[in-house]
Design a protein around this ligand. Sequence first.
Ligand SMILES: Cc1cc2nc3c(=O)[nH]c(=O)nc-3n(C[C@H](O)[C@H](O)[C@H](O)COP(=O)(O)O)c2cc1C
Length: 382
Amino acid sequence: MRLSDCHNIADFRRLAKQRLPWPVFDYIDGAADDELTKSRNTTAFDDVDLVPDVLAGVETIDTSLTVMGRKSALPLILSPTALQRVFHWQGERAVARAAQKFNLWFGISSLATVSIEEIGAMGDNPKMFQLYVHKDKGLNRSMIERCQAAKFDAIALTVDTIVGGKRERCLRSGFSSPPRFTPSSLLSYALKPRWALDYVFREKFALPNLDTHVSAGTGEAMSIQRYFTEMLDQSLDWKMAAQIREEWGGTFCLKGVMSVADARRAVEIGADAIMISNHGGRQLDGSRAPFDQVREIADAVGGQIEIICDGGVRRGTHVLKAMASGATCASGGRLYLYALAAAGQPGVERAITILKEEIERDMKLMGVTSVDQLTRERLRWR
Ligand SMILES: Cc1cc2nc3c(=O)[nH]c(=O)nc-3n(C[C@H](O)[C@H](O)[C@H](O)COP(=O)(O)O)c2cc1C
């Protein structure tokens, strides 16, 4: 299978599986416990049907919109994800360049393998920094100050990762960062020589110490396992979220809100946006799908805050369904991560092109010429 054989996100997943050592693939693809939530995040879209209008004159359509004060060419955000240079040596640079090319929001993780400053200096497409809250307040402050200096457009505070989820595939396949060399993991790397050679010769084994942000702030090398168990601040509450918003002073998004009550609180503390998200099913298994929660949250706070439906998106129709339900736009991680892992920047660009073409084609087939015409009258729940 090659890049030219990829015609949808599921194809990129297959190619990534073919090219990655299994511990690395399982880190991307895996989720918490029985992975029920991960699978529901996508199948939730199947419970709703689109009702098209015809004869609508769709020769020219406009897929663009304004999200969190910045223009985006598509109603799709590239959600922040950790450790991208482990998946492909081009890592965040490839995803950021692709986002720049298509003029999309790019989210960089607290656990990125490229610096805030480097991403900040790349292009003028909108960029958000995803913040985890650490016990070390100095580290939080330094990340916020670096984002201010690098002129990031928004901070997304992740609130669903108060403890790490139990990702059983990772426990079984032994994913760790930096990699631990066991007979089984060595075999998995040896069986994927292209990945292994890139990792050894291009990365020189040097990357995954969280050295870009976390260790730069603490002066201490850190494994991802230790990071989740020792560094995150479990006392994080609404008061602290409000303080972080104040400290940042710019566009502020809460990532991981799932309930109406929390969406209302997000409005109260002055957040500009929420990402309805369960972290791609990687945290609380059994959590509802983001798409299932869009309607009630939009009914409660729509118009007061922007609502991003994050997770499970694999098709253009998923984006349209999320928007017609009441979301401002959609976002996702694996939709570009499989492509990054499979083929670097050309992979990410092809994945975005496929989703862009699906969104455009499906809007035309729905008889809508702009995204604000996507309303609930266009949907029927089964
Ligand atoms: C491999 C991987 C790493 C992730 N790392 C982070 C992270 O560092 N911070 C964060 O807030 N979310 C992280 N996420 C969650 C994504 O931002 C997003 O919420 C999730 O991918 C949405 O689900 P989807 O993959 O089905 O689109 C990660 C997701 C994946 C798959």
